[in-house]
Design a protein around this ligand. Structure first.
Ligand SMILES: Cc1cc2nc3c(=O)[nH]c(=O)nc-3n(C[C@H](O)[C@H](O)[C@H](O)COP(=O)(O)OP(=O)(O)OC[C@H]3O[C@@H](n4cnc5c(N)ncnc54)[C@H](O)[C@@H]3O)c2cc1C
Length: 311
């Protein structure tokens, strides 16, 4: 039934965007891992997104929203239902300003680094610490991305979301609860855009901070290798990477998945790595840390999809 329904959408000449069946998710994740999505769509604009979301909702087809795939591990059996990628919805627009601040309206598919560089160029402060974090603004808001004491929540004044009927509504930041790599925005909502309030400052000061943060990342993280960033959340007051290193897991390997020797909270796909090995390595590392330190590490990455069928 689902296949037939999805074919209707593909046949719908009014849909604008890209659509694929059995699309390997390894093409859409920074880890380069993941089995095929039953259906993969990149709506070209808001009306196309609304029609698609409404259609999928009415037909009870599960939806996985995707930004740039830099924080997810897709299992080897792929994704049941539809992956809806927001990467076409890009844009940054100044909507208001006073002598000290600027308010930017930023679409969810905009790359976070385009926003950081835009702010750096124009002298808008508040997101310098997000320099070097890959992915989209939508993904960053979903997980309240942060680094160096900065979090994206600090600059958000409101967000616009689409519900599963394709209806758009606004949420004020003060009505949303943001935590460490989490928000209470319902998972059913598609994040469409956000208004952010940034401070006006001397571009050279902002630029210096951005460059300093980037230099630290380049030195301490294997940012050029396929990973999904930090695998585990930092336990309160501690560093997950340090704990993993202390229990001797640096360099540990399962198949082609390796605990980075540069930063132990990064697991690298060193070639043909698969999700099963990634998860097995996570379990092994978690067990070592639990037994040795009495601490339960919690995943920071999102693990989605189905296991590969046996046999
Ligand atoms: C090398 C490297 C370094 C990293 N460093 C950091 C760091 O310093 N700090 C940090 O916080 N993270 C870091 N990350 C993790 C990751 O980059 C961030 O979490 C990023 O914000 C995820 O954005 P994305 O677009 O890739 O999201 P995705 O991985 O595509 O999705 C993540 C989640 O957000 C949801 N989502 C995405 N877009 C939308 C939308 N428009 N509406 C609703 N839901 C949506 C998805 O369904 C999924 O649940 C790093 C990752 C890598 C690979």
């Amino acid at each position: 039934m689902m296949g037939g329904g999805l074919k209707d959408i593909v046949a719908d000449s009014l849909f604008e965007g890209e659509m694929k069946y059995r699309e390997p998710m390894s093409r859409h994740t920074s880890l380069k891992i993941g089995g095929p999505a039953d259906f993969f769509a990149v709506p070209a604009n808001l009306p196309a997104l609304a029609r698609l979301i409404d259609y999928l909702g009415r037909n009870d087809i599960p939806i996985l929203l995707l930004g740039a795939g830099t924080n997810i591990l897709v299992r080897d059996g792929g994704i049941t239902g539809a992956v809806v990628c927001l990467s076409s919805l890009r844009g940054i627009e100044a909507i208001k300003e006073d002598s000290e601040h600027i308010w930017l309206s930023v679409q969810a598919g905009t790359l976070l680094q385009s926003l950081v560089m835009h702010a750096k160029r124009h002298g808008y402060a508040g997101i310098e610490g997000l320099a070097g974090i890959p992915g989209t603004v939508g993904g960053a808001i979903r997980g309240n991305a942060g680094s160096f004491g900065y979090e994206i929540k600090d600059v958000i004044t409101s967000i616009e979301v689409m519900d599963r009927q394709g209806k758009i509504e606004g949420l004020r930041a003060k009505d949303i609860s943001f935590g460490y790599r989490t928000t209470n925005i319902p998972h059913a909502y598609v994040l469409l855009r956000s208004t952010m309030k940034l401070r006006k400052e001397k571009p050279s000061d902002i630029s210096a901070r951005v460059e300093r943060f980037l230099a630290v990342k380049r030195e301490r993280q294997p940012i050029w290798e396929p990973s999904a960033g930090c695998v585990f959340k930092n336990p309160e007051g501690l560093s997950a990477g340090k704990l993993i290193e202390e229990v001797g897991c640096k360099g540990m390997r399962r198949g082609d998945i390796v605990v980075s020797s540069i930063h132990a909270n990064f697991f690298i796909n060193a070639g043909e790595g698969c999700a099963a090995d990634f998860i097995a390595l996570m379990t092994e590392v978690t067990e070592k840390v639990r037994i040795t330190c009495g601490i339960n590490l919690e995943p920071e990455i999102q693990i989605v999809g189905r296991d590969r069928a046996k046999g």
